[in-house]
Design a binder for this molecule. Structure first.
Ligand code: ADP
Length: 273
């Protein structure tokens, strides 16, 4: 199949060049799909050598190459943390591509939200221990249930919690609250961080957007966390929003349709979405 074998590429303006012809179809769905496929292939290809780099660095810092002089050991540590950062970036890119292309399986199940939220909160307690953040959990709706995929909800909450913790001041408070908001279950993650500047508020859910000089630059982040949160929450028929005051803090809300009557069959409960 000659056309499919030809390698597509894009010029500086994002136009597709394919089989010697130029197609100005930047908004075209197929172009978008091809870009996504390309990104996904490249990310997969990068992951293998990177795994080997991490392995070697791990062996060196574990003493496999003998004891290192202090300077060399410090450099290996830097290389290692950058390799880990790259792995996170590649995993995030692959995740967002999978969600957007519909290839991420969603095993939806009607279930109580509080135990899931508690698990994610507990799992975040080890994150950045030097921040000494006080993490609390408030449950105002103990019986609330929703149709969710537990792993994907965990991905949402761990992204929101790691953001809240990394933007918190030392000894700051982060709270996670489950409540009822009309017909919806509301999960709120609040912090006492710097807040999000006005000019940036419309961009937070965009891919690779990061506030200049924010904690992200020092602590590390890919700028993809909130895009992943939004993509997952929307697949769960929910909505994500936030309230923020500069100098006071930020609260992110995840609103999910509540299951009111457990005897009512839930459409698509076991479907992969
Ligand atoms: P990152 O990997 O950089 O954390 P995200 O997509 O999760 O990427 O977030 C995008 C940007 O939004 C962050 O770089 C940060 O500047 C800002 N942000 C996210 N959460 C918070 C928060 N709780 N408080 C202040 N700023 C935040």
């Amino acid at each position: 199949l000659r056309v499919a074998a030809a390698k597509p590429r894009w010029d500086m303006k994002g136009r597709l060049i394919w089989d010697g012809s130029l197609f100005d179809i930047t908004d075209d769905k197929r172009t978008q799909e091809m870009k996504n496929e390309f990104i996904s292939t490249v990310s997969h290809e990068l992951r293998t050598p990177l795994t080997s780099i991490r392995g070697s660095l791990g062996l060196i810092s574990g003493g496999a190459a003998g004891e290192l002089p202090a300077k060399a050991s410090a450099l290996v540590k830097i290389a290692n943390s950058n390799a880990e950062r790259l792995v996170r970036l590649i995993n995030d890119i692959l995740d967002i591509e999978k969600i957007e292309s519909g290839h991420m399986p969603f095993h939806l199940k009607p279930q109580a939200l509080f135990p899931l939220i508690k698990q994610s909160t507990d799992a975040s307690r080890d994150y950045l221990p030097e921040r000494k953040v006080e993490l609390s959990l408030i449950d105002d709706a103990p019986d609330i249930r929703a149709n969710v995929d537990a792993d994907r909800l965990h991905q949402v909450l761990s992204n929101l919690l790691s953001n809240a913790i990394k933007h918190s001041p030392v000894n700051g408070k982060v709270s996670v609250a489950l409540s009822r908001n009309g017909q919806r279950a509301r999960i709120a993650v609040s912090d006492q961080g710097p807040g999000i500047p006005k000019t940036y508020r419309e961009l937070v859910f965009e891919k690779f957007e990061q506030v200049d000089g924010s904690a992200t630059k020092s602590v590390g982040g890919t700028g993809l966390g909130l895009s992943i949160v939004k993509a997952i929450v929307e697949k769960l028929d929910g909505e994500v929003s936030f309230e923020t005051t500069v100098g006071v803090g930020t609260t992110f809300y995840v609103d999910l349709p509540e299951i009111v009557d457990s005897r009512t069959p839930i459409a698509g409960a076991t479907e992969t979405k």
